[in-house]
Design a protein around this ligand. Structure first.
Ligand SMILES: Cc1cc2nc3c(=O)[nH]c(=O)nc-3n(C[C@H](O)[C@H](O)[C@H](O)COP(=O)(O)OP(=O)(O)OC[C@H]3O[C@@H](n4cnc5c(N)ncnc54)[C@H](O)[C@@H]3O)c2cc1C
Length: 457
């Protein structure tokens, strides 16, 4: 069970651990994971220590040439893997980052990472190496590593419902060409992404759906690839944020050196601000509206068209608040919470959900509803949700709901963000939180607050 006396920060710290998970403890004959994307693959890896057989149901076959696929249409957009997520990948698949780099992904030393806010360059932050790669490349390697586990297999089933006997899940209903079939399972992981129907299935079977919280972010993404001539450029990733904390509809821009000697560049805006709808507009804005490094990146040959994506809202499903839940089912990744992508939290959150699953399966009674899992996961979701929605609440098109004490926390957040621009100590702690290596409450210690008040430019 999760120890009640430990603070969320202490539990978050423990979940971020990268040591070996401990001896496997086999509970299940057949565990089924619904969805074979990032969250599902990591859950399958964890379950391989706790089930005789793990089957991943993923109906999507392969990505389109542009990197997108119907089950995850956003896959071709720029995805930044935070160091917190990277270390979890290395924890579950030893040598993952090294293998990715050997196959073409780019290791980014701290000095090759730059950050701008409203055009001003930020001081250096946490001295942590990161891994830069496209989302399809990440998923492909993750799937290969998962497939290599002796007790994990894949099936092309599309899940359509749950079967439960008494108080526990016993199987998954799958859509077939003529009729539904039932696949047996004594543990089921919902990793079906934002459009997961688990809540409907639970309600239909007489249980309860999770309450949903939403925040209408209305963000527009445009991503394009460019040829990269330098194998080892001095700046390998950059993020230039505008707006969010200053009440504008411009979100910002980013670029990353990725596998295949390419740059991936991103422009983002809110509501009616849709930068980069055409190739010309994309290149012009990167060149004219952002620091010179952005102009350099888009000076190479553009590879393929600009890919656009609109995300209407951040959304979370509060399974920790559900009273009637069968045993043998959990939900992970975007199926539980998906955030404004500009903060790049989704992949690392999914990785930490895998850590929650491992902690739960190693210490709790799995014959009861998975409350210990959802209690741990809530700490991860609260951390990411609080961080991103607090920043988004400052946007002009968002009108709440404002949490209690919002004015005071916004005032303090602004001081910390301003200080992180100029004070390396605050910048480092700020990075550790955005990298998903430390809990956000570690930003409001007396030391950081004092520096923030002193150093506000
Ligand atoms: C534009 C954009 C940019 C982003 N950028 C970043 C970033 O920079 N950094 C970051 O960390 N995160 C980013 N994210 C978030 C990240 O993409 C998600 O957090 C991540 O995709 C979550 O993975 P997942 O496995 O939970 O869900 P998904 O990737 O959505 O996968 C769900 C899977 O479930 C399968 N599925 C669906 N229905 C069924 C069914 N009935 N039966 C079986 N399988 C099913 C689908 O085929 C799919 O493979 C971004 C998101 C968006 C939208």
């Amino acid at each position: 069970m999760i120890a009640r006396r430990r603070s969320p920060a202490a539990i978050f710290d423990a979940l971020c651990g990268t040591g070996p998970a401990g001896a496997p403890r086999v509970w299940f004959d057949r565990a089924v994971v619904l969805g074979g994307s990032v969250a599902g693959l990591l859950a399958a890896r964890v379950l391989a220590d706790h089930a005789r057989e793990v089957v991943v149901f993923e109906p999507d076959r392969a990505a389109a040439p542009d990197g997108s696929r119907s089950g995850a249409p956003h896959s071709n957009q720029l995805h930044v893997l935070q160091p917190g997520g990277r270390s979890q990948l290395d924890r579950w698949f030893p040598g993952f980052a090294g293998q990715a780099a050997a196959e073409g992904a780019v290791l980014v030393e701290p000095s090759a990472r730059t950050r701008y806010r409203n055009g001003r360059r930020r001081v250096a932050g946490a001295p942590v190496e990161s891994l830069s790669l496209t989302r399809p490349f990440l998923e492909d390697l993750l799937r290969r590593r998962t497939s290599a586990l002796p007790n994990v297999t894949f099936a092309g089933h599309r899940a359509a419902g749950l079967e439960a006997t008494g108080a526990a899940v016993t199987g998954v209903r799958c859509a077939g060409p003529d009729a539904e079939t039932v696949e047996p399972a004594d543990f089921v992981v919902d990793a079906m992404g934002r459009s997961s129907r688990l809540g409907d299935w639970l309600e239909r079977a007489g249980w309860e759906a999770a309450p949903v919280r939403r925040m209408p972010i209305r963000i527009n993404y445009a991503t394009a690839l460019f040829r990269r001539a330098e194998p080892d450029p001095p700046t390998k990733t950059a993020l230039a944020l505008r707006g969010a904390l200053d009440g504008s509809e411009a979100a910002g821009a980013a670029f990353a050196a990725v596998e295949g000697d390419r740059w991936m560049a991103l422009l983002a805006g809110f509501v009616d601000h849709r930068p980069g709808r055409t190739a010309d507009d994309f290149v012009r804005r990167c060149r004219d509206e952002y620091p010179p490094e952005f102009g350099h990146v888009v000076s190479g040959e553009m590879l393929g068209p600009v890919a656009n994506f609109h995300l209407a809202e951040s959304r979370r499903r509060d399974y920790h608040a559900v009273r009637r839940l069968p045993a043998g089912v959990v939900s992970v990744g975007d199926a539980v919470a998906s955030f404004n992508p500009i903060y790049a939290q989704g992949l690392s959150s999914a990785a930490l959900h895998a850590a929650c699953l491992s902690a739960y399966l190693r210490s709790d009674d799995v014959r009861a509803p998975a409350r210990g899992f959802f209690a741990r996961q809530r700490i991860v979701v609260d951390a990411a949700w609080g961080f991103s929605t607090r920043a988004d609440l400052a946007l002009p098109h968002i009108d709440g709901p404002y949490p209690r004490g919002y004015r005071a926390t916004r005032w303090i957040s602004r001081r910390i963000v301003d200080a992180a621009q100029v004070d390396p100590v605050v910048a480092r702690r700020f990075d550790e939180v955005t990298f998903m290596q430390r809990h956000p409450s570690t930003l409001v210690t007396p030391g950081i607050l004092l520096r923030s008040l002193r150093n506000t430019p």
